[in-house]
Design a protein around this ligand. Structure first.
Ligand code: GRF
Length: 211
C-alpha cells in the first residue's frame, strides 16, 4: 500500500504511518520529532480528551476520534476504527499508548502492518502494571519491546527491544521513567526503519518463523 504524494513537480513515493493513541502522547512526540512532516498521515484516538491529539493538532497533523463507547460491541468499534484508519491509506499503523485491545475486525485488515510498544521485555509481563510486576518479581533487567500486533495480546513477533537495569531502591515511578527514555529512542527508530524498508527482510523472517 504505498502512497503517491502529488502536487509537487518531483512527485515521490513515500511510506506513511497513522498513530493510534489514548493518552498523553510522549511516544507520539518522539516519533514525530524523528519524522518528516509528510510521513504522519493522521493521529487517531478512542478518547477525545487524549493529550496526544493536542500534540498532533499543534503540528498541523490530521486527527480523528472514534469513541469506543459509541459502539455497542467491540467488533463494531474495531470495524469503525479500521474504516477511519483505511481512509488515510497508511503503510504502517503505530499503536502508541492506545488502550483498547484490537480484535480481528481490525487486525485482519492491518496485520503485518501494525506495531505496538509495550513497557516490558516481552514475553515477560504482558498486559498492564508491567513496572510494578517487574519490581514484585525482583528482576534485575527490565525494558521495552516493539512488536507486531496480532490477535493475541502483547504476543506478536518481536521486532526490537531495549533493556534497562533495575536499580536498588527503584519504585514504579523511577523504573517507568528509565524505561520511557528508552521507548522514546527505540520506537522512532523502528518507525523510520520500517518506512525506509530496512525492516523488510526482518519482517519476512518473522513471518516465516510464525508459520
Ligand atoms: C507507554 O509506556 C507505552 O509503552 C505504553 O503506553 C504508554 C504510553 O505513553 N503502551 P505515551 O502516551 O506515549 O506517553
Amino acid at each position: 500500500m504505498s502512497q503517491i504524494i502529488v502536487g509537487n513537480a518531483n512527485a515521490t513515493t513515500a511510506r506513511r504511518y497513522v498513530v493510534l493513541v489514548s493518552g498523553r502522547g510522549s511516544n507520539l512526540s518522539a516519533i514525530l520529532a524523528a519524522s518528516k512532516p509528510e510521513q504522519c498521515a493522521a493521529v487517531i484516538s478512542n478518547r477525545a480528551d487524549a493529550g496526544a491529539l493536542e500534540i498532533a493538532r499543534t503540528q498541523g497533523i490530521a486527527t480523528a476520534v472514534v469513541p469506543h463507547q459509541d459502539y455497542a460491541t467491540r467488533n463494531l468499534f474495531d470495524s469503525a476504527l479500521a474504516d477511519v484508519v483505511a481512509r488515510y491509506t497508511p503503510d504502517l499503523v503505530v499503536m502508541a499508548g492506545f488502550m483498547r485491545i484490537l480484535g480481528e475486525q481490525f487486525i485482519n485488515r492491518f496485520e503485518g502492518h501494525t506495531i505496538n510498544i509495550h513497557p516490558s521485555l516481552l514475553p515477560a509481563f504482558p498486559g498492564v502494571r508491567t513496572h510494578a510486576r517487574a519490581l514484585e518479581a525482583g528482576v534485575r533487567t527490565h525494558g521495552c519491546t516493539v512488536h507486531l500486533v496480532t490477535s493475541e495480546l502483547d504476543a506478536g513477533p518481536i521486532i526490537a527491544q531495549t533493556s534497562v537495569p533495575v536499580l536498588a531502591g527503584d519504585d514504579v515511578a523511577a523504573l517507568s521513567a528509565r524505561v520511557l527514555v528508552e521507548e522514546h529512542r527505540l520506537y522512532p527508530r523502528v518507525v523510520q526503519d520500517w518506512l525506509a524498508g530496512k525492516l523488510d527482510q526482518r519482517l519476512r523472517e518473522l513471518a516465516v518463523r510464525e508459520c
